[in-house]
Design a binder for this molecule. Structure first.
Ligand code: 13P
Length: 257
């Protein structure tokens, strides 16, 4: 059985006081949920990590960062390493988000190096994959998914692969209010699981979790979670408010697969 994982990507939002307030609100709203049943993750900006960790420590909520560099330390101005993120309380790191691929030159090669570093630090990578609107319209969705999945996972053993969470985020559904239909999400997730079976084995593919991301809201989480290959969600906009993120988490936690 794959444990549901709901993560909130706060992107470039929230000052330290705002982040503390949001984390406190979520802790209050979600205290009844059991970490045995669902994994809940919040991913604040770097500057708020330490303070947010103070809040969520000893709760069912885990913390992630939104990126990491692959070296532990050195003359790499502006970067933050996995070792440092772990030190700040992170247990997850989002890698290869489409915004990083689009605006910051992230490639399959850098994603691969970063995922490797995240695993080496003993943290859980959330590796993002997904096609743009132009790619979908040109019928290139599956080719892009194959490129992102195979490129990102290059060189990883099955033992490493099962520790990785994949987030399928169609770029055209991010921040647009346009969610993939449950059928479109399921089709892409099933395709990704098929790729994982080819790269590793059916058993490994059956263990790996694939989250959906792109305009996930309280009113569409249930139908998405009912899809057999959707194992959770990576939430942007709706993770910035206590009510909407808590609602998404509670609804997802009720769906037993
Ligand atoms: P939205 O939920 O705002 O569409 O963002 C999705 C996303 O990019 C999460 O990483």
């Amino acid at each position: 059985m794959r444990k549901t994982i709901i993560a909130g990507n706060w992107k470039l939002y929230k000052t330290i006081p705002e982040a503390i307030e949001l984390a406190n609100g979520l802790k209050r709203e979600l205290f009844q949920l059991d970490a045995q049943d669902i994994e809940i993750v919040i991913c604040p900006v770097y500057t708020a990590l330490t303070e947010v960790f103070e809040v969520i420590q000893n709760s069912a909520i885990g913390m992630g960062a939104q990126d990491a560099y692959w070296q532990d330390e050195g003359a790499f101005t502006g970067e933050v390493s996995c070792k440092m993120l772990k030190d700040a309380g992170c247990t997850y790191v989002i890698i290869g988000h489409s915004e990083r691929r689009q605006f910051f030159g992230e490639t399959n090669e850098t994603v691969n190096k970063k995922v490797k570093a995240v695993l080496a630090a003993g943290l859980t990578p959330i590796m993002c994959v997904g096609e743009t609107l132009a790619e979908r319209e040109a019928n290139k969705t599956f080719a892009v998914l194959e490129d992102h999945v195979a490129g990102g996972l290059k060189g990883f053993s099955a033992e490493d692969a099962v520790k990785i969470v994949i987030a399928y985020e169609p770029v055209w559904a991010i921040g647009t209010g346009k969610t993939a239909t449950p059928a479109q999400a399921q089709e892409a997730h099933a395709y990704i699981r098929g790729l994982l079976a080819k790269l590793y084995s059916k058993e490994v593919a059956a263990k790996m979790r694939i989250q959906y991301g792109g305009s996930v809201k309280p009113d569409n989480i249930e139908e998405l979670m009912h899809q057999p290959d959707v194992d959770g969600a990576l939430v942007g906009g709706a993770s910035l408010k206590v009510d909407s993120f808590a609602d998404i988490v509670k609804k997802a936690a009720k769906i037993r697969k």
